[in-house]
Design a protein around this ligand. Structure first.
Ligand SMILES: Cc1ncc(COP(=O)(O)O)c(C=O)c1O
Length: 382
């Protein structure tokens, strides 16, 4: 790549392989592909097109109405569930573009019904039940009554009902309690002969851990994008279609005792060679630096980062030619300094590095290089 020094490679054929593997594993259950947050950084429209072409995905899921509109305007016709809350004045957009809206308030359900009636259409909704996440949703204790009220509204179809885990892997006992609470709502509905076609609970981790809770559909992001949230061997083949690449753009000598980087936080203990890569915090690269000159602030941060490591929190990484390097200074918006000393004879300006960036945090401005059906093309997001 000579156009840019930093880019993200996204292999859409491999993404499609993941869709096929997961769909086969689901054994007839429906699959909702979560493409929120610009498709977890992979490009919402690009990955949605693959989903549509593949025939393996039944639904797309986003958080905001505007994310769904971008997909419709880009030509996507798969059903799209807006999983987050919308406000009544967005009803016109939801109805006009045939979006499926999550509802948990009477006001929103009424606004959708009114707009759909005016436009002589039927709007689909999924009811969000709060079983313990306490972010958005009607409490499981009130859900049965709420469903009945929403179902009575004109020009509105309750197509789905769902809940979301607070900590699918982290707290199995609580997740099982959430499933139990959700199933108790479904039982009340069943006893009243109320049929809702799409009942769903599981995200990636939940689907792996609680197959009995797949119900009618699962909602997956991480696993389809090639991340293993499970930390165990997966029951299907999943590949990682995403790689962030950058180049070494500076190599320079630093003498023992000199400080390096902003805030003079790093002091060389010996003569050394440092390197610079052209990515920083604005790109979403948050690699933790090592060995800073201790002062009160760095000490408290040091304790925090040790604690984070203890808790298993992700620390972004930098590898050149397969070799891991330590970060010295990560304070710049668009540059990061690393210690090249141990491999100074093996590293050159222009060498390509592989770096880890939390995907949804990867700046949309980083050039995306896609490959599809064996061909490469690139894309900049506005
Ligand atoms: C409501 C909802 N369902 C499903 C998912 C997918 O989660 P995951 O990426 O862990 O599969 C998300 C993403 O956070 C979500 O907000």
């Amino acid at each position: 790549m000579d156009r840019a020094n930093t880019w993200i490679e996204m292999n859409l054929d491999e993404l499609e392989e993941n869709m096929s593997s997961v769909k086969a594993w689901l054994n007839g259950k429906k699959l909702l592909f979560v493409v929120k947050a610009n498709g977890y950084g992979s490009g919402a429209l690009s990955v949605s097109k693959v989903a549509e072409e593949s025939g393996k995905v039944d639904y797309l899921g986003v958080t905001h109405v505007e994310e769904a509109l971008e997909l419709r305007e880009g030509g996507i016709s798969l059903p799209i569930l807006v999983m987050g809350e919308a406000v009544p004045e967005q009803s016109k957009w939801i109805v006009e573009h045939d979006l499926t809206q999550t509802v948990a308030t009477k006001e929103m359900a009424e606004a959708l019904s009114k707009t759909a009636k005016e436009k002589n259409k039927t709007v689909k909704v999924h009811i969000k039940v709060d079983t313990g996440l306490r972010r958005y949703g009607i409490s499981y204790e009130e859900a049965y009554q709420f469903v009945k009220e929403v179902m009575a509204l004109e020009n509105l179809c309750v197509e789905g009902i769902f809940t979301h885990f607070a900590s699918a892997v982290g707290d199995e006992a609580f997740s099982r309690l959430q499933i139990k609470r959700f199933l108790s709502v479904l039982k009340q509905l069943e006893e009243a002969n109320i049929e809702i076609p799409l009942k769903h609970v599981c995200n990636s981790e939940g689907a792996l851990l609680y197959p009995e809770a797949h119900l009618d559909m699962v909602r997956m992001g991480n696993l389809l994008y090639g991340m293993n949230p499970y930390k165990k061997e997966l029951p299907m083949k999943i590949v990682n279609p995403w790689k962030v690449r950058t180049k070494v753009v500076v190599l320079k000598r630093v003498e023992k005792g000199q400080t390096v980087g902003y805030g003079r936080r790093y002091k060389a203990k010996k003569d050394m060679v440092i390197g610079v890569i052209p990515v920083g915090t604005a790109d979403g690269f948050m690699a933790k630096p090592v060995d800073t000159v201790p002062n009160f602030s760095t000490l408290t941060k040091g304790v925090g980062s040790l604690f984070a490591k203890f808790l298993g929190k992700r620390v972004d990484t930098l590898k050149v030619n397969g070799q891991a390097f330590e970060i010295i200074d990560n304070m710049s918006i668009q540059q990061t300094i690393f210690d090249a000393t141990p491999y100074k004879d093996k590293i050159q300006i222009g060498d390509i590095c592989e770096i880890g960036i939390r995907r949804p945090c990867a700046n949309a401005k980083i050039l995306r290089v896609y490959s599809r059906h064996g061909k490469e093309y690139f894309h900049y997001y506005e």
